[in-house]
Design a protein around this ligand. Structure first.
Ligand code: ZN
Length: 113
């Protein structure tokens, strides 16, 4: 019984690795599933280490156009989420600060009484 569980876990780990490998080797278009072609490779330094960024595009120009729109929308959405998150964080911090002050005031009132 126990042995079976271990085997299952190993299989799961293997398949996860396989997915990662597939991601690196094959870059398929998210819209039509065609193999994407490398447009250019960019070199840039990130934290003083050289990083290669491969820009790929769908072989179908029309499809790539749709994908660009999709990615732009996603990017905007993500930016909005981050924006909202930052705003919420600020509001929460303000509330916390206010709460602390109120508690301090209460403490002071108690000590006066
Ligand atoms: Zn495509």
């Amino acid at each position: 019984m126990e042995e079976e569980e271990i085997q299952e876990a190993v299989v799961e780990a293997d398949s996860e690795e396989g997915d990662k490998m597939a991601d690196q080797n094959t870059n398929l278009c998210i819209r039509c599933g065609k193999q994407r072609v490398v447009v250019k490779t960019e070199k840039e330094y990130v934290n003083s280490s050289l990083v290669y960024t491969t820009i790929t595009s769908c072989p179908d120009d029309t499809c790539q156009g749709f994908v660009n729109v999709m990615l732009d929308k996603e990017k905007l959405l993500r930016e909005k989420i981050v924006e909202n998150h930052e705003r919420e964080k600020l509001i929460r911090e303000k509330r916390m600060r206010r709460g602390r002050i109120r508690r301090k005031l209460l403490e002071n009132n108690h000590s006066i009484k």
